[in-house]
Design a protein around this ligand. Structure first.
Ligand code: NAP
Length: 333
């Protein structure tokens, strides 16, 4: 446990693009500070540290993980490296905020969870949207009957991605649109239903590299709730969820990154109502406050490992269905 009289010191594993959002959030959090950044080269780490006013630069990820001055490791590495570097950091006694998807297999996720338990450290998946109060409002509206009995769910996360050479095109790095963005609607549907899909089915289009660059999937939830989603690197930007009940429809535009003041739109009885739920500024602050509360106050993280394992099990089954053409049942976790 770090000295409570100083802020939690965060170390960033790599110079990933997403770091910028996390840095802003850590700086806005009352009990945290950005302490160090590691890269595969010292030059890159130093340049990033200089550009962002970060005190320490490390020539290797090992050096950062081994530094006793670091309390929390942020892991925004390519997906394949989430499990190994998270486990190394946990074994070195660090708390870890790991980017989504937490792991690429159930076994990897279970190993990560056991490493956190054994080390007595916090491990949480950085699903930022889960920390925005709008997300909880959507769940509460649906569960409290605002649209009647829930019947259908549709989620979509697509964008045009054409950065050649990026690891998202590499099957060995955990590339593909399902792991990258399809994980969001699957996670959101599980969150609102509070259940795991009974079975799933999907069709995909594969890029030349072999990763899925487009996918449409189906998940059957208990109580006859039917969910569909689509994701891809090949279509105009969409980031949205729709919940359809017996009495009404709830639209959630910008469901996964609610920048600015985005409404939830409730249609019922011929009426259309826009509801606004303010979120944190900066947008990623919620996940940092959640880590502070988990580490320093002993509160369970908002996205505990068990929840991440459920998402992984659903995604693994969806990939299986997409590659075999058969319905798949997610493994219990
Ligand atoms: N929560 C969100 O809203 C959000 C948004 C975007 C991305 N993400 C997640 O964050 C993670 C990083 O995404 P990103 O777009 O920020 O990635 P990125 O810019 O491509 O950065 C990944 C970093 O990993 C390091 N790296 C180590 N081995 C590598 C390899 N074999 N190939 C490429 N890079 C390697 C590189 O840093 P060094 O050269 O410094 O070592 C690189 O800068 C992903 O898991 C993604 O799913 C989350």
């Amino acid at each position: 446990m770090p000295d409570m009289n100083r802020p939690l010191r965060w170390g960033l594993l790599s110079t990933a693009r997403i770091n910028r959002r996390l840095i802003d959030a850590v700086r806005a959090a009352p009990r945290s500070e950005v302490f160090g950044v590691a890269s595969r080269s010292l030059d890159a780490a130093s340049a990033f540290a200089d550009a962002h006013g970060i005190p320490c630069a490390y020539a290797t990820y090992e050096d950062l993980v081994a530094d006793p001055d670091i309390d929390v490791v942020y892991n925004p590495l390519p997906n394949r490296l989430h499990a190994p570097w998270t486990v190394r950091a946990l074994k070195a006694g660090k708390h870890v905020l790991c980017e989504k998807p937490m792991a690429l297999s159930i076994v990897q996720g279970q190993i990560m969870g056991r490493a956190a338990d054994k080390a007595g450290r916090v491990l949480a998946e950085a699903f930022m949207y889960r920390h925005h109060p709008r997300t909880a409002e959507v769940r509460d509206l649906v569960r409290n009957g605002a649209i009647g009995r829930l019947r259908r769910i549709h989620g979509a996360f697509t964008f045009r991605f054409d950065r050649d050479g990026n690891w998202r095109w590499d099957p060995d790095e955990g590339g593909g649109s399902l792991w990258d963005v399809g994980c969001y609607p699957v996670s959101f549907a599980r969150y609102v239903t509070g259940a795991e899909p009974l079975h799933v089915w999907a069709e995909q289009h594969r890029a030349e590299s072999g990763v899925d660059d487009a996918m449409t999937g189906f998940l059957r939830f208990p109580d006859d709730v039917l969910a569909t989603f689509d994701c891809g690197f090949d279509a105009a930007f969409r980031s949205e969820m729709t919940f359809v009940g017996t009495e009404g429809v709830l639209h959630v535009p910008m469901a996964f990154r609610p920048e600015g003041r985005m409404p939830i739109v409730l249609e019922r009885d011929g009426q259309r109502e826009e509801r606004f739920v303010d979120g944190p500024t900066p947008l990623f602050l919620g996940e940092v406050l959640d880590m502070e509360a988990a580490i320093l106050d002993g509160r369970p993280p908002a996205v505990p490992v068990a929840d991440s394992l459920g998402t992984i099990a659903a995604l693994v089954a969806i990939l299986h269905a997409a590659s075999t053409g058969h319905v798949a049942v997610p493994e219990p976790v």
